[in-house]
Every structure is written in structure tokens, then in C-alpha cells.
Design a protein around this ligand. Structure first.
Ligand code: PLP
Length: 352
């Protein structure tokens, strides 16, 4: 089976498993796990922040960040298709009592003007207690639903600055920040600089089995540790999994360029298939979103699955394919053959 559903499906390599087996561990809730401590220091260093805290999932790092930046009833500005609001189980409302003010970005990328347009303009004629306090601005880089889109650094800096100049805190969901950096050559710390907090993921494409980290100023990260505990994320001998994340950071970051190349050639191949619509030049990283016009998406992914290609139905017409550590260039070609076959066969069935 060629699994293109997500870059989370990777299995740890033998070398990663060995690093994990040999990890020195301790009780992380007491701050005693040397491997977790090393991972947190390494992440803070890469992101140019004072501190970082390791957690089980990216959803938890994001939601702990929201909780740590806000109080119940506050408003958070973010793209309408942010992972934070679309795929985290309703957590902003459920866990932190937040209202989301959606910004209408293009492929997940909004501008300073979009932020300014959404900010309340205080005036004596408007009772201030009627509007929810605007507290936080969030961005996502790369943007998942946007198709792995990479923010131009200046656009990101200006958008964050628009929020900051109105007193908002800023959070960057950088689950795939590694991909943005490899694709653009912009260091992670440059993307992180305009943000009070940044979350990054080790199990998306980097190939670690578990874990994300939330980085920021020392006081913020201390506050985040409290909510990590509140949300049930207090770890014990987490060095076992942190060792996998450390190994991934050292050995699997540069090779993301291979995944980006594979995603682009997948998109180029798809573009040549009649009945499929995709814009290969928009494929900047490892996510390919394409529209199936020839047949229903559900049936398309079912038929591909029967022939050994696992895809993710991402919308009424849209399919998502993600390249990763466990997908080779040869398997991309095989996938294209399968997809072409499915579309052609359906055309024949339809005309029978
Ligand atoms: C996957 C993802 C997350 C959440 O990560 P989990 O570890 O699956 O909880 C957050 N943000 C983005 C952009 C993601 O793609």
C-alpha cells in the first residue's frame, strides 16, 4: 500500500528506534528527563526563543497556547481554514471559551490589511463591553488546508505586526514550519520572530512517532506548562519518544526537499490526466490538493485504495495527497499509474 493520506503515517526508522531504545530518561513532570530537556533546549534554539515545552500532540501545543494567551470570552483572529479551528475538535470553544474571528486568507495566507479590517475600531459611540476582547492573532505556516502553502516572510511579518500594534498576542502554528524553511531557505527562527509563541511538530514528515513542542518566552512557557498539566499532558519517561524527535531533527529535516520534489512531480503527473484538475506551480511543499471532476471523490478514493494507493478525501471534489519519508519517487510514479487507470476505467464503465 502506498499511503499518501498524510505525512503522519511514517514509521520510525531502524536508526531512530535505536536512538529511542538507548535514550536516557527520567520523570518529566519533575523536570528530570534529560532527553526531554535536551529536545526542549534544541527546539528553543532552532526557533530563537527562550524556552520550549514538549507535548504529546500538535493539537495540545496549539490549544495550550490559546489557553495561555487568553481568558474565557476572548476573541482570536485566524484564517477561516486554520487547523486550530477546523481539525482540533472544537477545542478553542470547549477548552478555552474562545470566539474565533475568521480571516479570509488566500490558501491560508492573509495580509496586514485583512487583520486591520477585522480589528475593532474603538469609538465613543460603540459600547466597548459589547464586543469580545480581541486578544490573539494566529497564523499557520505551512498552511495545511491551503495546500502546504508557504508564507512570504514579509507578508507574515506585516500581518503579525498589525496584530501586535493593536495589543494582540501572536501565535504561529508551525506544525510544518520545517517544510516552509526547507522550501524557502528562510530559517525557522525568522518565521518565528514576530510571534510570542510557536508550535512545531515532530511527527509530520520528520518521521518521529509522537510529539510537538511549544516555544516562546520563559514566562510564557512556564504558564504553558501549567495548562499542559491541566489538559492532561503531564509526561513521565517521555525521553523514549523525545529521542525519536531529536533524531528526526538532526537527520530528517534536510531530506524534506525530496518530499517537496516528489509532491511537485505527483502534481505534474496529475495535471496531465483528463478529469483531474490541479495547479502544479502552487505545490510548494509536500501537500497536493487536487480536484476530481471525472467521478465522485468517495468512489475515486475507494477505487484507488483497492489498487494500493491510499488517499484522503478532503472535500466534495477535493482529494489530498501528502508525500513523506516512506514514499519514494518510484512510488509516486506507481501512484500516478493507478490514478490514471482508475479514471480511464471509470470513463469506460460510464460509457458502457
Ligand atoms: C496536524 C496539524 C496539527 C496538529 O497536530 P497533531 O499532532 O495531529 O495533533 C496542528 N496544526 C497543523 C497545521 C497540522 O497540520
Amino acid at each position: 500500500m502506498i499511503d499518501l493520506r498524510s505525512d503522519t503515517v511514517t514509521r520510525p526508522t531502524q536508526a531512530m528506534r535505536e536512538a529511542m531504545a538507548q535514550a536516557e530518561v527520567g520523570d518529566d513532570l519533575y523536570g528530570d528527563d534529560p532527553t526531554v530537556n535536551a529536545l526542549e533546549a534544541r527546539v528553543a534554539d532552532i526557533l530563537g526563543k527562550e524556552a520550549a515545552v514538549y507535548m504529546p500532540t500538535g493539537t495540545m501545543t496549539n490549544q495550550v497556547a490559546l489557553r495561555a494567551h487568553t481568558e474565557h470570552g476572548d476573541e482570536v483572529l485566524m484564517d477561516v481554514n486554520a487547523h486550530l479551528v477546523r481539525y482540533e475538535g472544537g477545542a478553542p470553544a470547549a477548552l478555552s471559551g474562545l470566539t474565533v474571528r475568521p480571516l479570509i486568507g488566500k490558501r491560508g495566507i492573509f495580509t496586514a490589511e485583512d487583520v486591520n479590517a477585522a480589528l475593532n475600531s474603538p469609538h465613543p459611540f460603540v459600547p466597548q463591553r459589547a464586543t469580545p476582547p480581541q486578544r490573539l492573532l494566529c497564523a499557520e505556516n505551512t498552511h495545511n488546508v491551503g495546500g502546504g502553502s508557504v508564507w512570504p516572510l514579509d507578508v507574515l511579518v506585516e500581518a503579525a505586526e498589525a496584530g501586535r500594534s493593536h495589543g494582540l498576542s501572536t501565535h504561529l502554528d508551525g506544525a510544518r514550519l520545517w517544510h516552509a524553511s526547507v522550501a524557502s531557505g528562510t530559517p525557522e527562527a525568522d518565521y518565528a520572530a514576530p510571534f510570542d509563541s510557536v508550535s512545531v511538530c515532530f511527527s509530520k514528515g520528520l518521521g518521529a512517532p509522537i510529539g510537538s513542542a511549544l516555544a516562546g518566552g520563559a514566562a510564557f512557557v512556564e504558564r504553558a506548562r501549567r495548562f499542559k498539566q491541566v489538559f492532561g499532558g503531564g509526561f513521565r519517561q517521555a525521553g523514549i519518544v523525545a529521542a525519536g524527535a531529536l533524531h528526526a531533527l538532526e537527520h530528517h529535516r534536510d531530506r524534506l526537499a525530496d518530499d517537496h520534489r516528489n509532491a511537485r512531480s505527483l502534481a505534474e503527473g496529475l495535471a496531465s490526466i483528463e478529469g483531474i484538475s490541479v495547479e502544479p506551480t502552487l505545490v510548494e511543499t509536500n501537500i497536493v490538493r487536487f480536484d476530481v471532476e471525472a467521478m465522485a471523490v468517495g468512489e475515486f478514493v475507494d477505487r484507488c485504495f483497492e489498487r494500493g494507493v491510499h488517499l484522503f478525501p478532503g472535500g466534495r471534489r477535493t482529494v489530498r495527497a501528502v508525500t513523506h519519508l516512506d514514499v519514494t519517487a518510484g512510488q509516486v510514479e506507481q501512484s500516478l499509474d493507478v490514478i490514471r487507470g482508475v479514471i480511464e476505467e471509470f470513463g469506460e464503465d460510464g460509457s458502457r
